[in-house]
Design a protein around this ligand. Sequence first.
Ligand SMILES: [Zn+2]
Length: 393
Amino acid sequence: MPGYRDLLAQLRGEIDEVDVARARELQPDALFVDVREQDEWDEGHIPGAVHVSRGHLESRIESAAPDKARPIVVYCLVGNRSVFATKALEELGYENVVSLAGGYTDWKRSGFPTKVDETLSPDQRSRYSRHLLIPEVGVDGQLKLLDARVLMIGAGGLGSPASLYLAAAGVGTIGIVDDDRVDASNLQRQIAHSTETLGDWKVDSAKATLKALNPDVNVVTYKERLTSENVERILAGPNGADGWDVIVDGADNFPTRYLVNDASVWHDTPVVHGSIYRFEGQVTVFRPQDGPCYRCLFPTPPPPELAPSCAEGGVLGVLPGIVGSLQANETIKLLLGIGEPLVGRLLLFDALETEFSEVKLRKDPSCPVCGEHPTITEYIDYIEFCSGRPTHA
Ligand SMILES: [Zn+2]
């Protein structure tokens, strides 16, 4: 029974090897296949190479290299594992395979180009493994989420579940705007807070919950109510100039809703809007480039006699969980650029009947903000006035 050394020497005699200078000449006609382990690949590899670790070679090579006639250069770290891999590829019918003698070590030592991909740490690979298994997300999608910045308006009924799922999903930066403290009547639905944080600022309570769930997430808090004075500073983003990729609107009052809308049109930032009342929930995405904005539907706030009541409206505790989760879902789709967002579609949920329905929303060419001849060009602080039926989050 031959040992490893004997087998290696024997196979080396049966396959073809090239040195790094020759391999360099074979670029870019030949496909370079890196058969090392994930962590070795992550530390640096030959640009343009595909990674198929030795253990997955037989099962994955056909999707990575469908053309069996194309020349292939197989490499590993020093040129031993690649000998076995070259032999395996020949046995699979690849016609023109060579092993890189000296491997990646010689390649690097010769000063040839190398590349380090932005990638996930081993802890992140394990935390986000269920995302990595979905082709529509994968490593690239997860990196996008980790780079993403989402601004939550409100840390209440809708903001709680939405921010928890966004944090769990690895959205890298979450901003939270809220000027309220945690009250006992919040806990029936605002699951980012707890009995222990009663009386604390909601932004602090939510931040602690999100950080405990996922330390990868940078939580930026704004302990203030959105006004015409601070909206530009907050919209500018955590570092003053980056802006936000998506705004999640869980506001419970129309002055904030109009400020968020106008800011989103002027900053070209999509808003994932949600609202709830008793057993009814609504979700839509306002992306002014290709759909209506909030003012296309409601150009100005209602007259005082039709204004919503400021009295707390009742709401079934689980309802914001459903609507806020839908908002998180829309947000993740927008960040990843996948699926069909709720742009121009108002999704209605009836919790008593367990029924979803949808209403088309159209962009209004005469909209005072996003229309052809806008008449509103500055932020307006509406005074919240009350009467009639309550609205609320
Ligand atoms: Zn509009």
